[in-house]
Design a protein around this ligand. Structure first.
Ligand code: GLP
Length: 260
C-alpha cells in the first residue's frame, strides 16, 4: 500500500488521472472500475482534459461501475447512471456499450449480480479500480460488516450513509435503502487499486483503513492486503495518520523509475 499525501485534492487527483492515463496508453483496451460521489470528480475532469488536449483515447476501454441505487431509473438525477453520463462518459469517446453500471431497476437481483460478475470476468477482469471511501470506511456500498470476500450483491445502507447521501435527494423518504454493489472480493481482484480521499471528514476512516487492523468493520482496511493499492490524500484526509511523515519522505525520495 502506497500512501501519497498532496497539498490539495486537485494535485492528488492529477496523480490518479496520470495512473489511469498511463494504463490506457499502455493497454488501450484497459478495463476500468469506476466510482461515483464527489471524490472522483476532479480526477474525471482531468481525464476529460487529457482526452481533449492530449488525445487520450478511450475508444477501446471498458468500464464497470461499483454500484447503483435499487429502484432508481437511469434518468433519475441522483442515479449513478446519470452521474456517470454527465460527469464522464459523455465527455469521452468510450463506446456506450462498453460501459457497465449495475441496473437499479432489475427485477431479479441475484441473477443480475451473477451476470455482472460474469461480465467482469469475460472482459478479462478489472485492470484498475478507482475508489472513494465512506466516512465509516465503506468502499463501493460495502458497509461496515460486509464480508471481506463478498461478491456483487444487494446491500442495505446504514442510516449514516443514507444521511451522507441525502444531499442528492429532495426528501428523506426518497433516499434509497437498498443498492447493488460490487463486493469487497470483487474489488480486491482488480490488478491495481487507487483510493482517493479528501477533507477532514474522511480522516478517521482513512487512518482506520491504512493503519488500523484489517476488519470487516472497516471494509477499506482490506486494501492493506492488496499488492498494488495507492491511497491519494489531501492534507486534511491525512490528518489522523500516525506515519504521515514517513509516507511523505518515501514519496519525496522515490527513484525516478518509480515516479507516477
Ligand atoms: C457513496 C459511494 C462510494 C463513495 C462514497 C463517498 O457511498 N457509493 O463509492 O466513495 O459515497 O462519497 P463522496 O466521495 O461524495 O464523499
Amino acid at each position: 500500500m502506497e500512501v501519497i499525501i498532496q497539498s490539495s485534492s486537485q494535485e492528488a487527483s492529477a496523480l490518479g488521472a496520470r495512473l489511469v492515463a498511463r494504463l490506457v496508453r499502455r493497454k488501450p483496451s484497459a478495463v476500468l472500475g469506476l466510482a461515483t460521489g464527489s471524490t472522483p470528480l476532479p480526477l474525471y475532469r482531468d481525464l476529460i482534459r487529457l482526452h481533449r488536449e492530449e488525445k487520450l483515447d478511450f475508444g477501446a476501454v471498458t468500464s464497470f461501475n461499483l454500484d447503483e441505487y435499487l429502484g432508481l431509473p437511469p434518468a433519475h438525477p441522483a442515479s449513478y447512471h446519470h452521474f456517470m453520463r454527465e460527469n464522464l462518459f459523455r465527455h469521452l469517446n468510450i463506446p456506450e456499450e462498453n460501459t457497465h453500471i449495475p441496473d437499479g431497476l432489475t427485477t431479479d437481483v441475484p441473477a443480475f449480480c451473477q451476470a455482472y460478475e460474469e461480465a467482469i470476468r469475460m472482459a478479462g477482469g478489472l485492470d484498475l479500480q478507482i475508489l472513494g471511501i465512506g466516512g465509516d470506511g465503506h468502499i463501493g456500498f460495502n458497509e461496515p460488516g460486509s464480508s471481506l470476500v463478498s461478491r456483487t450483491r444487494i446491500k442495505s445502507l446504514t442510516p449514516r450513509t443514507r444521511q451522507d447521501n441525502a444531499r442528492y435527494f429532495s426528501t428523506e423518504d426518497e433516499i434509497p435503502r437498498h443498492v447493488i454493489t460490487m463486493g469487497v472480493g470483487t474489488i480486491m481482484e482488480s490488478q491495481e487499486i487507487v483510493l482517493l480521499a479528501f477533507g477532514e471528514g474522511k480522516a478517521e476512516a482513512v487512518a482506520a483503513a491504512v493503519e488500523g487492523p484489517i476488519t470487516a468493520s472497516v471494509p477499506a482496511s482490506i486494501l492493506q492486503l492488496h499488492e498494488r493499492a495507492t491511497i491519494l490524500l489531501d492534507e486534511a484526509a491525512a490528518g489522523d495518520l500516525r506515519r504521515s511523515a514517513y509516507y511523505r519522505w518515501i514519496y519525496d525520495h522515490k527513484p525516478a523509475w518509480q515516479e507516477i
